[in-house]
Ligand binder design. Structure first.
Ligand code: PMP
Length: 393
């Protein structure tokens, strides 16, 4: 049986990690993998996470199963973090295995409710969105998003394509810090998207993987909250991997806003059922870290302060890179780097130019020219800027 298996397409980003590891050149720079790194190149355990783990270790008296949907304390704390004052009587929530698990369960839920559901995704989007959709055999279509000329959002094209989504279709939107481009909608543009969805009855499905990495914890949730205020049904897949730095703990949540409380009860039951069929109880440790932090004023304040330092550090690197490139290129055509938000920017380089950066300068980025700003520090920014100009980008 097992010899019938065919090779699966390898994950390009994970392959790039291996290639980088094997490169023996001094001063090589990894801008590939989507993990935050401090100026020393370390992905640190946040102070509040360490403190919460210590507290859990001291206080926890049992490792017995929790609940199929996850602990209420975690789900309530995350609901508050993402949605602020959510309409609780219409909200179902499910602890998940990372943000990826929340995306998968959201799509499973949509398929249970509407077996023919079509999903609209941005072009480009996080490659795993497409991979999961293909694996599940769900019909999907891409809406135009990135303007290769300005490296901003091609909003007219996006609106035209999203307007084609039919009632009951899912429209997958990045709540903030678009991956892979770094280009995001303004508040006014989000309002226009909400109006289009209100009119068509298509359902927003928001992937919120970088809350706190863009303009601030509250600001990054603003679009999601506005959509949740206005639309009758909304799915939200949120990840704690980046903003709590707990990547390997696999901590996320699926929030489903429903039309009324009866639909909420049905949805909550279906979501718990989906967990039961997939892995039964969701992982608890990461979720407990998050709820311990968010329900303790001092820990929450310290976590927010550290997250702000992380966010501001990335913004400074953006400003520095844009400024170096302005000087070296004698033009402002790289200013989009300072306007983009989150960990990523799509540079708009050709695959050949990306290859040249790797071969000539030992600078690694994803083939579509997505670079991870957090892979830089004050000393490597000028090195990258020079290499970009030398590669003719
Ligand atoms: N959505 C997007 C857009 C992402 O970039 C990521 C992480 N790379 C995720 C979801 C999922 O993150 P995780 O499963 O690690 O929580």
């Amino acid at each position: 049986m097992l010899s019938n298996l065919k090779p699966q397409a390898p994950d390009k980003i994970l392959m790039l990690i291996e290639e980088f590891k094997a490169d023996t050149r001094q001063g090589k720079i990894d801008l590939g993998v989507g993990v935050y790194k401090n100026p020393e190149g370390v992905t640190p355990v946040m102070r509040a996470v360490k403190a919460a783990e210590q507290k859990i270790w001291q206080d926890q008296t049992t490792k017995a199963y929790t609940a199929l949907s996850g602990e209420a304390e975690y789900r309530n704390a995350m609901t508050r973090m993402v949605l602020g004052d959510a309409p609780a009587d219409r909200l179902a929530s499910l602890a998940s295995v990372g943000g990826t698990g929340a995306i998968r369960q959201a799509l499973e839920l949509a398929r249970l409710a509407n077996p023919g559901v079509t999903v609209h995704v941005s072009d480009p989007t996080w490659p795993n969105h497409l991979s999961i959709l293909k694996f599940m055999g769900l019909p999907f279509t891409e809406y135009r998003y990135f303007d290769a000329e300005t490296r901003g959002v091609d909003f007219e094209a996006m609106k035209a394509d999203i307007s084609k989504a039919a009632k009951g279709d899912l429209v997958l939107l990045h709540g903030c810090c678009h991956n892979p481009t770094g280009a995001n909608l303004s508040a006014d543009q989000w309002d226009e998207i909400a109006a289009i969805l209100e009119k068509s009855g298509a359902i927003p499905f928001i992937d919120l993987a970088y809350q706190g990495f863009g303009d601030g914890l509250e600001q990054d949730a603003a679009a999601t909250r506005m959509i949740a205020q206005r639309l009758p049904e909304v799915l939200i897949a949120a990840s704690c991997s980046k903003n709590f730095g707990i990547y390997r703990e696999r901590t996320g949540i699926l929030l489903a806003l429903t039309e009324n409380s009866a639909a909420r009860d049905m949805t909550q039951g279906s979501m718990a059922f989906l967990n039961r069929q997939t892995f039964s109880f969701p992982p608890d440790h990461g979720a407990r870290i998050v709820s311990t932090i968010l329900t303790d004023d001092a820990l929450a304040a310290d976590w927010r302060a550290e997250l702000e330092d992380v966010r501001k550090g990335m913004l400074e690197l953006r400003e520095q890179l844009a400024s170096e490139l302005r000087n070296l290129s004698g033009s402002d055509r790289f200013d989009f780097i300072a306007h983009h938000r989150g960990m990523f920017s799509r540079l708009g380089a050709t695959p050949e130019q990306v290859q040249k950066l790797k071969t000539d300068a030992a600078i690694y980025m994803v083939g579509d020219s997505r670079l991870n700003i957090a892979g830089l520090n004050r000393d490597t920014v000028p090195v990258l800027a020079r290499a970009i100009v030398e590669a003719g980008i």
